[in-house]
Design a protein around this ligand. Structure first.
Ligand code: GAL
Length: 367
């Protein structure tokens, strides 16, 4: 009897460790007076906060190899700061088209569309009022939160009413992000999460010592406007070869034309694994703390951005300024400017179809 009871208690404890508690509180009101909520998802491994403004990840607390927790994403401590800085996209879901569309122009079935430009004459992350600056509708679900956004027909110039649902869920030490979308007219869509990670902890130095592995033999070189040239170039023999774990800072200052154009890494990598199944995108390790981040996805690409535009002017939630390379992004995605590159995997979504996309950020430690 005693043994049975002990087993039962052990089982209950194991299950409750895997269960995530979900709580909701307020994160203030937007300048227009719209209330914003923040959800805390918490289990034995992780505590993640996600708010309805931009469906943004605000914090992720993860343990190091000694069990010491630190917040490993960049962000702000209050809503007004997020609102007054639309250009970093800290933690946000970006869309309707993540990354760039050249000159904001594309056509579908002979119809031409123009997205207002917001980045050197190109449209970036959905245009000046993309999904990252909208207040989403949230619903608590087991182990997570489901965020919904209805983007009207013609929103930022995109055709069709798009209904996008993004589910954030904790599964042990993994943050699972599931994207589903439908449209009323043929449109293009490329949605991703724009979290900046620093596995040493938010505010704890730069990400240059972080070891990064990206499972990609090729990447998409860019022009001066950071628009893909259309080429799928081999990474072999270049500073873009991350097939073996390499410090982000090891080659970032090499005299390489592509690094110069972006002021560091800001490139889409063509993942070796293919959808619709989940495959490995990247793995990052902070050698000092032992914290690791493994990214798997159903998407064909990942934008590795080394925080080149952080310039020491923004005060983060840790209380100090974000210097260049204070965080890195691994934005799982379709390739930038795909609507203008028929050879890239298609980003077209038609009525009657559902976009299904999954990305998993798994946190761990190396001893
Ligand atoms: C990235 C993009 C960068 C930069 C950044 C936000 O996704 O590739 O060029 O715009 O977002 O500052």
């Amino acid at each position: 009897m005693k043994l049975k009871q002990t087993l039962l208690v052990a089982m209950l404890l194991t299950t409750s460790a895997a269960l995530a508690a979900v709580t909701k509180s307020t994160f203030g009101k937007t300048a227009e007076g719209i209330p914003v909520s923040i959800y805390t998802l918490s289990n034995a491994d992780l505590t993640v906060r996600i708010m309805t403004y931009g469906a943004r990840v605000v914090s992720v607390e993860a343990p190091d190899r000694n069990g010491k927790k630190a917040d490993v994403v960049l962000g702000y401590s209050d809503l007004a700061q997020y609102e007054s800085d639309p250009g970093t996209y800290f933690g946000a879901i970006v869309g309707r088209y993540g990354n760039r569309i050249a000159k904001g122009k594309f056509s579908i079935d002979g119809h031409n569309y123009q997205i207002p430009t917001n980045n050197n004459g190109n449209a970036l992350h959905g245009g000046p009022a993309g999904f990252s600056s909208k207040v989403w509708t949230a619903k608590e679900i087991p182990h997570g939160v489901e965020m919904t956004l209805v983007s009207p027909d013609g929103d930022m110039g995109f055709p069709g009413e798009l209904t996008l649902r993004v589910t954030y869920r904790l599964e042990g030490s993994a943050l699972v992000i599931i994207y589903n979308a439908t449209t009323t007219k043929p449109t293009v869509i490329n949605v991703t999460n724009h979290s900046y990670f620093n596995l040493a902890g938010d505010g704890n130095g730069t990400i240059l010592p972080t070891l990064l592995m990206i499972d990609a033999d090729r990447y998409t070189p860019i022009d001066a406007g950071l628009i893909p040239t259309g080429e799928l170039a081999p990474v072999a023999g270049t500073p873009f070869d991350f097939r073996k774990p390499t410090a982000i800072g090891a080659r970032i200052d090499q005299p390489n034309e592509q690094l110069k154009l972006a002021g560091g890494y800001d490139h889409n990598f063509v993942l070796n694994g293919k959808g619709p199944e989940k495959h490995l995108a990247a793995k990052a390790v902070d050698p000092a703390s032992g914290r690791t981040l493994t990214v798997t996805t159903t998407e064909p690409g990942v934008q590795f951005y080394s925080g080149n535009f952080l310039d020491g002017t923004r005060t983060g939630k840790f209380g100090g300024k974000y210097a260049i390379h204070a965080g890195f992004c691994l934005e799982t995605q379709h390739f930038p400017d795909s609507p203008n590159h028929p050879k890239f995997p298609s980003t077209l979504l038609k009525p009657g179809e559902t976009l299904n996309s999954v990305t998993v950020f798994t946190f761990g430690v190396e001893r």
